[in-house]
Design a protein around this ligand. Structure first.
Ligand code: T46
Length: 133
């Protein structure tokens, strides 16, 4: 359900040398099994266009910004991610599309499992069928 998608505030330590943001322990509600990042993304690129059956992910705009379009089969939501201390928690069963990348944008993703193509639903009708099953 889209209500379970949420922005998570990443705790920061601020002093005259700048900011230090930390993710540890209970900052996010899943153990991190994989880290990947998107960079050098053309501003007209569309990424995502799929859902996951079991994977939890946290998307963090380390630099720049982008839009995440979310669908749970009933409700649609668009979130602009633009702060490196605010990550978007995407729970399983949510269709996501990502676009409007700013130039030089870097998107860090923390994931609850290693890469597994079997966990992807890459066809929207299959996604709707999955949600109704
Ligand atoms: C998501 C968004 C935010 C791997 O080999 N290992 C990996 O860990 C990942 C993530 C991808 N790949 C391969 C699979 C494809 O052949 O890299 C290629 C591009 O993957 P994809 O088209 O799924 O990339 P995005 O940016 O559309 O989606 C990715 C994640 O796959 C997805 O889980 O939520 O970033």
């Amino acid at each position: 359900k889209i209500e379970n998608v949420e922005l998570i505030e990443i705790p920061r330590v601020h002093d005259e040398r700048g900011l230090l943001a930390v993710i540890e322990g209970t900052t996010i509600p899943f153990p991190i099994e994989r880290v990947y990042y998107l960079y050098d993304v053309p501003s007209d690129a569309f990424r995502g266009g799929h859902a996951h059956k079991e994977l939890y992910q946290l998307l963090i705009p380390l630099s720049g910004s982008f839009d995440v379009h979310l669908k749970d089969g009933e409700t649609t939501k668009i979130i602009n991610l633009n702060k490196p201390h605010k990550g978007l928690l995407i729970v399983p069963g949510i269709w996501r599309e990502i676009d409007n990348f700013s130039s030089g944008c870097v998107c860090l993703v923390l994931a609850s499992a290693q890469y597994n193509e079997d966990d992807y639903i890459r066809n929207f009708n299959d996604f709707l069928a999955f949600k109704n099953s």
